[in-house]
Design a protein around this ligand. Structure first.
Ligand code: PLP
Length: 434
């Protein structure tokens, strides 16, 4: 299989080339040139998540240098469970994606990308530096996934003082080949610095760079697997499709579910829960697509004003009317996030993070409107990562999962950096061995 750009002005690329490049040379996003078609019967009930992933991803890897490694890559990336659990309210479920090393769903994509890139780096003599701007969860997942991988280094930029204390600790606790830079600026400043470095050819001649942001195919493709596994599990039991509500920022997670559905998996409707950044809700309500500056909310990993994967959604649904008919998106402001955290604890005995709370709130609204069938709320992070928001609302401490506790026990260290490109450039050159 080959991968083409959503802007159709770049040559088709192999999977390995598309993963290594990140963005296509015409500025578009890589998408598969054909979509494989599966039926539920092709999967068997005793398959592990890693085996489901390998079966699902095999056509995407066909003909690529990484194809013989696919089983090993999946075993390495999918080494923690993504359980689908029934909630106390009938027909409602939660798909828990926070059992990885940094307690957010981004561990899946980051681990898969690291497993691919470390194989592509074999035999290379020059170190590759992965540059990441993060509003919290991405940087930690990428740092954990690439920690101590040979010939790979990670430089994480995060806005000083604007991530949760536990997120900041996670970013700084790895050391070795991971450098955490706390930038005197906003997330948008961090992202602008990374973009400048990735476009700086003279710098890259001395310090080879790549990125790991949410448009990376190496993150997108594996995320299809947990939707497939959950929907297949439900299908075998009930013979009905499973519907999903997905907390959404850059649309990376939700688009993976949409792609899995387009490949024939028994996935029903997909509803998108936003926080008060309303670009998608406004579009799906019939307005134009108008990117804007992001605003800070309680669900900080979804503070996105220009969802980067929207371009892929438009590729799959070129007609805006058909696109609007296929999905719905609703905004959940901070007050409703707080209420959902409180209510889910009181009514369902569930403790949820602020991102998951947006999806729970949307599900409650869908049920109130008379929606039937089986729905799964996608739980994107463990509530212990956001204890300063959750604990005052539920009135008690959130137990910390062991993987997260282990990271919090390590000492953490981040270097300050001015929000200034010359400073970043100098730092990258100083740290490079060549
Ligand atoms: C990144 C993130 C999201 C948003 O995911 P997108 O792929 O950007 O839509 C939601 N919740 C949590 C906890 C996240 O870390």
């Amino acid at each position: 299989m080959n991968f083409v750009s959503t802007r159709a002005q770049a040559p088709a690329a192999s999977l390995s080339a598309a993963i290594a490049a990140g963005l296509a040379p015409d500025g578009g996003l890589y998408v598969p040139d054909t979509l494989p078609r599966f039926s539920p019967e092709e999967f068997s009930a005793d398959e592990t998540l890693a085996e489901i992933a390998a079966r699902l991803l095999r056509p995407f890897f066909a003909g690529d240098a990484l194809a013989p490694e696919l089983d090993a890559i999946c075993r390495e990336a999918f080494d923690f469970p993504t359980p689908l659990r029934a909630l106390a309210s009938p027909g409602d479920h939660v798909l828990e994606l926070f059992h990885g090393p940094t307690a957010a769903f981004k561990d899946v994509g980051a681990r898969f990308l690291a497993a691919c890139l470390s194989r592509l780096q074999r035999g290379q003599t020059r170190e590759l530096t992965i540059l990441v701007a993060t509003s919290g969860d991405t940087g930690a997942a990428v740092a954990a996934a690439f920690h101590r991988k040979p010939h790979l280094r990670v430089v994480v930029l995060y806005p000083d003082g604007r991530v949760s204390p536990r997120q900041a600790h996670q970013l700084g606790c790895f050391g070795d080949n991971i450098l955490a830079l706390r930038v005197a600026g906003s997330f948008d400043d961090c992202q602008a610095l990374v973009k400048q470095a990735l476009a700086d050819r003279p710098l890259q001649a001395r310090v080879p760079l790549s990125s790991a942001n949410s448009i990376s195919l190496g993150r997108l493709l594996p995320q299809m697997s947990y939707y497939a596994a959950a929907a297949l599990q439900h299908w075998r039991r009930e013979h009905t499709p499973l519907h999903f509500v997905v907390p959404t920022g850059n649309l990376g997670n939700a688009f993976a579910g949409i792609l899995a559905r387009a490949c024939g998996l028994p996935i029903g409707r997909i509803a998108l829960a936003s926080n008060d950044n309303r670009v998608l809700p406004d579009f799906f309500a019939g307005g134009d697509y108008t990117p804007r500056a992001s605003r800070a909310t309680l669900a900080n990993a979804m503070d996105v004003g220009a969802p980067s994967n929207f371009e892929r959604l438009r590729w799959l649904y070129p007609d805006p009317i058909a696109l609007r008919a296929a999905f719905e998106a609703l905004a959940v402001p901070d007050e409703a996030i707080r209420a959902a955290i409180f209510e889910s604890r009181r009514r369902l005995d569930e403790t949820v993070c602020p991102h998951t709370a947006t999806a729970l709130d949307l599900l409650v609204r869908l049920r109130a409107r008379g929606e039937t069938g089986a729905w799964a709320v996608v739980a994107t992070a463990h509530p212990a990562k956001f204890e300063s928001i959750v604990e005052p609302l539920i009135g008690e401490p959130v137990p910390v999962p062991p993987a997260l506790a282990a990271l919090l026990e390590r000492p953490a260290r981040a270097e300050p950096l001015a929000a200034d490109y010359a400073a970043l450039r100098a730092r990258l050159l100083a740290a490079s061995p060549g």
